[in-house]
Design a protein around this ligand. Structure first.
Ligand code: RNT
Ligand code: ZN
Length: 419
């Protein structure tokens, strides 16, 4: 049976539940994920001398051959990654990925000009850009404290980096006529018990106030702040905790960033959304997969992702939720990792869009917990794969069946030559 015939069969089965699959795909097509650039090279970047990934317990393991070593290779890899994704998606850059042309440009010296090449690329490829200051992998972050550092000269350095990152994001936003989302994550924290948590948190608050002092139009850029529970080396104390940034973001009209790896293992981000949407106009998500800790494994379609994507749709907040990806794994083909992570997130969104919301809500209202659960279980074995295949096929990207061959061909033709 052809993919179209399979789709039509599936469409009928969903229609029987009151779900319009064509409409679901229309909506899915409009969703742009923000692909994280740092899966191409294990969060290496192109600074001179090379920044070595360190700080705050973010770590990449593995040395699978073929990682991109320069901008040309990185862009080729990104082209390949996007060619495997149905829909039109964004790119989230980190400050260490500027075009520094072999010159040493320190973090307190980065300028929009270092990202002009990316802005040209963005226009040519029609891929909008988001941005991140890089507050790790740097000698001035080695003590474990950046914006909350009691040493004024060090925190001033990072404040300057933050200001410049905002300027770069604003330039991107102007160039693409769409705000660039600037995410700020800092690694600051302590391995062992501090006695004066308040001190660090009040320094961080002051540093952020200074960094965000200048008003920038939300048409150009929007600030987001990423909370975290702990990292390797910051097990006992993270300055920028969830409560800290919830408070800061609400008070200062910033976007809160929720990363799936930044909470207690049994805490569900999905459950937080309906509370946060009531108080925040917009949220940024870092879709990741923690395995026992914030390990940033490649995202797969697990329950955490499904609950999350379903929740966004049940709350009708697709337009208010920026969906970024954040994982890095050096043990496997890195382009394949992008494809799996991004496609699984899209599959989760598709599952959400294919829910018969009216029926489910009715069971909810009637207090029929059994029927609600039974339908949720029934949905799991509905032919979503046939809808997904049709979406891939009509978007001109490989269906799952051809994904492995496609990625392996790129590995043989391109990646394996990088020695
Ligand atoms: C680290 C945060 C942060 C980084 C990226 C590279 O725990 O999740 O988002 O992963 O900025
Ligand atoms: Zn993150």
């Amino acid at each position: 049976m052809s993919i179209i015939d399979q789709y039509n069969n599936a469409k009928e089965r969903y229609a029987a539940l009151g779900v319009d699959t064509d409409k679901a795909l229309e909506k899915l097509k409009k969703i742009s994920l923000s692909l994280h650039c740092w899966q191409t090279d294990d969060v290496g970047g192109f600074e001179t001398p090379d920044a070595e990934l360190s700080g705050g317990g973010i770590q990449v393991t593995g040395n699978y051959p073929g990682k991109s070593r320069n901008l040309t290779e990185m862009r080729a890899d990104l082209d390949k990654a996007y060619s495997l994704l149905p829909g039109k998606h964004r790119l989230s850059l980190h400050a260490i990925y500027g075009e520094f042309n072999g010159k040493k440009v320190d973090r307190d010296e980065v300028e929009p000009e270092h990202f002009m090449g990316w802005m040209d690329w963005s226009k040519k490829k029609n891929v909008k850009l988001d941005f991140n200051g890089t507050f790790f992998s740097h000698p001035k972050a080695a003590s474990g404290f950046t914006l909350s550092n009691p040493d004024k000269s060090i925190r001033d350095f990072w404040i300057e980096h933050g200001k410049r990152s905002r300027k770069i994001a604003a330039a991107m936003g102007r160039a693409q006529n769409d705000p660039s989302i600037l995410n700020t994550w800092i690694p600051d924290g302590m391995k062992d018990l501090p006695v004066n948590r308040l001190k660090y948190r009040s320094i961080l608050k002051d540093s952020l106030d200074e960094m965000y002092f200048k008003d920038i139009s939300s048409k150009e850029m929007k600030d987001a702040v990423e909370t975290k529970l702990f990292g390797i080396g910051s097990e006992s104390f993270v300055v920028g905790s969830h409560e800290f940034y919830m408070g800061y973001a609400l008070k200062n009209n910033k976007i809160a960033t929720l990363d799936l790896g930044h909470f207690h293992p049994t805490e569900l981000i999905a459950d937080k959304l309906s509370a946060m949407y009531l108080f925040f106009d917009e949220l940024l998500l870092h879709v990741s997969r923690p395995v026992r800790w914030d390990s940033d494994h490649v995202v797969i379609l697990n329950d955490d992702v499904r609950y999350l994507t379903e929740e966004i749709i049940r709350c009708d907040k697709l337009e208010k939720t920026h969906i970024g990806l954040d994982f890095f794994d050096g043990t496997m083909n890195r382009i394949g990792a992008y494809a799996i992570g991004a496609r699984s997130t899209l599959k989760g969104l598709l599952l959400g869009l294919l829910e018969p919301q009216q029926v489910l809500n009715k069971f909810d209202e009637d207090g029929n917990a059994f029927a609600r659960l039974a339908l949720i279980e029934e949905l799991k074995l509905m032919p979503v794969g046939d809808i997904w295949n049709y979406y891939c096929e009509t978007s001109g990207v490989p269906t799952d069946k051809y994904l492995i061959d496609d990625v392996m061909k790129y590995e043989n033709d391109v990646l394996s030559r990088r020695v």
